[in-house]
Design a protein around this ligand. Structure first.
Ligand SMILES: [Fe+2]
Length: 235
């Protein structure tokens, strides 16, 4: 059966996910900077947080690489080709910073030392401007092409695959993170991508789980939206 979406639905869903990345990554330098020398408990919480959100970003990019880029290259090469180089360069740099972060976080976890903490901090500060530029370019230049050339079934296939690759126990929290700043219509679209029988459970659990999570990470169940503020330097 061929699915349809109202015009702009895919754009709203993508922007909702990007907004969550801007918020969660945007606050990371402050969170890291706020961990005192030797506070292993807090270093663990923030390390787990960075790894979790980074894994969501990785799956997001992987889904786009598999489902979006090849189709756009085939269907509208003259429009997408000028963008491919820059976007691929971003993906490579973001992946390289992700690898650096994995190593630096592993070191930070061992002693919660300030030198290890600051290595994580500096990588985040390098990553953020590229990530911000990447998300912005995708919204500005790629989303209009997605609306034109990608079908609702193809889009939903990408989202469903991403959900399938997410550890099941993480799924309700993932939705909570993504839905937190989402427009109701975008939230509904995202929920429509999960099996009908799972929707009530996720709808009920997601905001509560994100509240619990945010309290642990940010010290409040309602972190500021602030997704458009640039937070790249705290040191
Ligand atoms: Fe994206």
């Amino acid at each position: 059966m061929t699915n349809t979406k109202v015009p702009g639905a895919m754009t709203r869903e993508m922007v909702m996910v990007h907004t969550a990345f801007r918020r969660e990554f945007g606050f990371m330098p402050e969170l890291v900077h706020g961990v005192f020398e030797g506070d292993r408990h807090r270093a663990e919480i923030i390390s787990d947080h960075i790894e979790l959100i980074s894994s969501v970003l990785h799956r997001h990019h992987h889904g786009e690489d598999m489902h979006i880029w090849p189709r756009l290259l085939e269907r509208c090469p003259e429009e997408i080709l000028p963008l491919v180089h820059g976007m691929e360069g971003h993906h490579e740099k973001i992946a390289a910073y992700g690898e650096d972060l994995t190593k630096q976080i592993a070191a930070w976890r061992t002693d919660a030392g300030v030198a290890h903490r600051d290595a994580v901090l500096h990588t985040l500060e390098d990553l953020l401007p590229i990530l911000t530029e990447h998300l912005g370019m995708e919204e500005r230049f790629v989303l209009p092409l997605i609306e034109k050339h990608i079908s609702a079934d193809e889009w939903d296939g990408m989202v469903a695959e991403g959900a399938g690759e997410t550890p099941p126990e993480q799924l309700p929290l993932m939705f909570g993170i993504i839905m937190y700043e989402g427009a109701p219509s975008a939230v509904q679209d995202a929920l429509n991508n999960i099996p009908e029988e799972a929707r009530p459970v996720i709808t009920e659990a997601a905001p509560r789980l994100y509240g619990d999570y945010a309290e642990r990470v940010y010290g409040t169940r309602t972190p500021p939206f602030g997704s458009s503020r640039a937070r790249t330097k705290v040191s």
